[in-house]
Design a protein around this ligand. Structure first.
Ligand code: AMP
Ligand code: MG
Length: 280
């Protein structure tokens, strides 16, 4: 199953998001099939994360970008929920605070990149400093247009330092998005998520899509690729992202450290302690 190749944005590719599917076309037979596959992948991811953490030589950065209600939160819960919390961090990036704004745009981001052995997941990211800033007109073009290069340099630095970078765009249709907004309205425990701005963003969809297309074209090098994931079906979104993360971690091939103790000696020590206890 090569979902990695299927959803990869090749370096310099001209993507037209309006013509990209938001619903899956295979390889799963449906929801149950994808959910079963996902269960297996989550288990394998757990094992991989254990190895990455113990090896402590390389790290993984997962960047999630998407329109509202496309499912970043759900995906994070699903994919990371069973990993060892000691080895995983998630970071939400909101509108910058006054302190953050008083620094360069990568200042707050660099602090959240993963140390060796760790996985960082960005719920939104430094890409908002191009996307939101461009569409919401928070800074002039001469400011945001320089950021493609700055981001490429930044991600180069991370990659050269042993961080694998995967960037996912969850592609959701306006119809499915509205359906999910409705679900939020219908469920009191989700009312905290309601936000009039989300509806205003819908009018800006074409501008956002265009801004994303430029990001994909400029910022999808081999060592820090984007993947565009059809996200109308939650089961496909989870299975596809899980699969791509797993394939990548398999390639990273984290190894348990070599055993440098005398196992026979440790066994003898254990037997001696056990015998001591049994005497008393
Ligand atoms: P949410 O992820 O739905 O909680 O919303 C966070 C909001 O913060 C989104 O509307 C983002 O566009 C916005 N945001 C995140 N980072 C930036 C940034 N660097 N500049 C401007 N807006 C941002
Ligand atoms: Mg929101």
């Amino acid at each position: 199953m090569d979902l990695l190749k299927k959803h990869l944005v090749k370096p310099g590719a001209s993507i037209k998001l309006a013509s990209m599917k938001t619903v899956p076309d295979g390889p799963f037979e449906g929801k149950d099939d994808a959910r079963n596959y996902c269960e297996e992948i989550i288990e394998k991811l757990r094992e991989m994360q254990y190895r990455l953490f113990v090896e402590a030589k390389q790290s993984l950065l997962i960047v999630l970008q998407a329109p509202d209600a496309a499912g970043k939160d759900g995906l994070i819960r699903k994919m990371l929920g069973r990993m060892n919390p000691q080895g995983v961090r998630t970071y939400p990036f909101k509108v910058p605070t006054p302190l953050e704004k008083s620094h360069d745009f990568l200042w707050r981001v660099h602090k959240c990149t993963p140390a060796t052995g760790m996985i960082s997941v960005f719920n939104r990211s430094h890409y908002e400093d191009i996307l939101a800033v461009r569409v919401e007109k928070l800074a002039p073009k001469e400011v945001w247009s320089k950021r493609y290069d700055m981001i490429n340099h930044f991600e180069n630095l991370l990659a050269a330092n042993g961080t694998r970078i995967l960037k996912f765009y969850l592609h959701i249709s306006p119809e499915e998005q509205l359906e999910r907004f409705k679900e939020r309205l219908d469920r009191p425990e989700k009312h905290w998520k309601l936000n009039a701005g989300d509806y205003e963003s819908r009018d800006k969809r074409p501008a956002y899509l265009e801004a994303y297309e430029d990001v994909f074209k400029e910022c999808s090098p081999k060592h820090a690729p984007w993947f565009i994931i059809p996200a109308d079906k939650k089961w496909y979104r989870d299975a596809a992202v899980g699969s791509i993360v797993y394939e990548t971690m398999k390639e990273m091939s984290p190894q348990l450290p070599p055993v440098d103790v005398d196992l026979d000696k440790i066994r003898r020590l254990y037997e001696r302690e056990k015998a001591e206890l049994e005497k008393t």
